[in-house]
Design a protein around this ligand. Structure first.
Ligand code: HEC
Ligand code: HEC
Length: 197
C-alpha cells in the first residue's frame, strides 16, 4: 500500500501535464466549433436591400455602414432600420467636399462613374439630382439620403453635382504639379564664424 502511494506521488507531475494537455485540446476544439461569420449576400435577399445599405463597399463585404451596424445591433430583423436625422457629414458646407464624402465612392471623384452612373457632362438637372439623392433607387443600388443632409448641405451638394453635369465645374485634378525641387546649399568658404562675435 505504501509503495503504491509513493508511486502515485511520483506520477503527479505527469498527471498534471496530461490534465493541461486535455484542457488545451478542449479549449481549441470548442473554439473551432463556434460558428464563424459567413459571407452573407443572402441578407440582401432577406431584407430587400442592396449590399450598399449595410456595406461601405457597394459590392458587399468588408466594413459596414452605420445602418448595417445598427441593423446588426438590433437583432437583424427583416427590415433594416432607417437613420432619420443622422447627418452623414455634420458641419461640412462645401458641395465638393460633401460629394467626396457621400457620393465619390460610387460615382468616382470626378463624377466619371464607377459603380454608380457617370454624372460629369450628363447635363442632369438640379431637380432630378435632388430627387434622386433624396429618394435613391433602391433596386440598382443608389441609396436614399433623405434626412442625412441639412437643407443647406443638400443645396450645396446639388449645385455642385449640377455643375459637374453641365460642365461648369471642373472636377479636381488627379495630381497637382509641384515646382521642381531646389537645393540651396551655398558653399561655405573658410572656417565657420561664430555668431555674435
Ligand atoms: C441588411 C444588411 C446587409 C446586407 C443588405 C448585406 N449584407 Fe453582407 N453582411 C452583413 C453583416 C452584418 C455581415 C457580417 C456577418 C454577420 O454578422 O453575419 C455581412 C457579411 C458579409 C460578407 C462576409 C465578409 C464580412 O465582411 O464579414 C460578405 C462577403 C458579404 N456580407 C457580402 C454581401 C453582399 C455581396 C451583399 C449584397 C448582395 C450583402 N452582403 C448584403 C450585412 C448585410
Ligand atoms: C452605393 C453607391 C452610390 C452612392 C453612395 C451614390 N450613388 Fe448615385 N447612383 C448609384 C447608382 C448605382 C445609380 C444608377 C441608378 C439607376 O440607374 O437606376 C445612381 C444614380 C444616380 C443619379 C441619377 C443619374 C442618372 O443618370 O439618372 C444621380 C443624380 C446620383 N446617383 C447622384 C448621387 C449623389 C449626388 C450621391 C451622393 C449624395 C450619390 N449619387 C451617391 C449609386 C450610388
Amino acid at each position: 500500500m505504501k509503495r503504491l502511494i509513493l508511486r502515485l506521488i511520483h506520477c503527479l507531475p505527469y498527471a498534471a501535464l496530461v490534465a493541461i494537455a486535455f484542457g488545451a485540446w478542449l479549449a481549441v476544439s470548442l473554439w473551432i466549433g463556434t460558428p464563424s461569420a459567413h459571407a452573407l449576400p443572402e441578407y440582401a435577399t432577406r431584407t430587400g436591400e442592396p449590399c450598399a445599405t449595410c456595406h461601405v463597399n457597394p459590392g458587399g463585404g468588408g466594413p459596414r455602414t452605420l445602418r448595417g451596424l445598427l441593423w446588426s445591433a438590433r437583432g437583424r430583423s427583416d427590415q433594416v432600420p432607417t437613420l432619420p436625422g443622422v447627418l452623414i457629414a455634420p458641419g461640412v458646407r462645401d458641395g465638393a467636399e460633401l460629394y467626396l464624402i457621400a457620393c465619390a465612392a460610387c460615382h468616382g471623384t470626378k463624377g466619371e462613374g464607377t459603380f454608380g452612373r457617370e454624372l460629369s457632362g450628363t447635363s442632369l438637372r438640379e431637380g432630378k439630382i435632388r430627387t434622386t439623392v433624396l429618394n435613391g433607387r433602391a433596386r440598382s443600388g443608389m441609396p436614399a439620403f433623405e434626412g442625412q443632409f441639412t437643407p443647406d448641405q443638400l443645396d450645396a451638394l446639388v449645385t455642385f453635382v449640377a455643375g459637374l453635369a453641365s460642365g461648369e465645374i471642373t472636377p479636381p485634378p488627379d495630381s497637382y504639379p509641384l515646382p521642381p525641387a531646389e537645393f540651396k546649399c551655398a558653399p561655405v568658404a573658410g572656417p565657420m564664424k561664430r555668431r555674435g562675435n
